[in-house]
Design a protein around this ligand. Sequence first.
Ligand SMILES: [Zn+2]
Length: 231
Amino acid sequence: MRTYKQLLLANQAWATELTDERADFFAQQTAGQCPEFLWIGSSDSRVSPEQMTQTPPGDMLLHRNMANLVKHDDHNLMALIEHAVTTLKVRHIIVCGHYGCVGSTAAVTGTATGSMAAWLDTARQVYEDHREDIDAQDGQEARVNRFVEVNVRDQLVNLARTAPVQQAFAAGAELFLHGWVYDIRDGLIRPMMEIDAATPLDAVPRPERVLLTTEERIAAGDEVLVAATTR
Ligand SMILES: [Zn+2]
């Protein structure tokens, strides 16, 4: 476990490395931002959007919450979407779920209490809306994986229905919404779906299954997971 002093030392090393590469790196940062991406993902400590996509400062706006939910009454996220789409004119918005999501697991099992239960009400609704598909999966791991996938779909549709996105679509702006899942077992992002101005939002299909269970992947000869289990 890193102590807080190590965080500060690492920060000094990081800033030094960047200025060694480009002396005016931080001077340029003060000129403003022109990010191309807005990332909406889970708060999970194992999911590091900038690190796993090697995105430098200035290229990606970030919003993270438990179970990567897009709620129209969440002023925190709605303010960011408005700013990102209307003012900064980002081209791509990504909603990314992930394997092993704690909030998603709680949404499927219905075990959350307190503030977590209150926050996850939207996720519980996703579970109810896709219950037939989710409950048809074999075992809890597969059910949570399926929830993660259909949850990204539903949140992406919620995102597409926000006023700033609808206005950008109507104005013919270059704006694309992407639904991805990140697999903490091998560090890879699996793209699932895309929504743009031409997508009929009332008929967005459920994505294909991309998060297979560990058992399924070992059976299929997945090298990373086979190596992990035979170590
Ligand atoms: Zn999560």
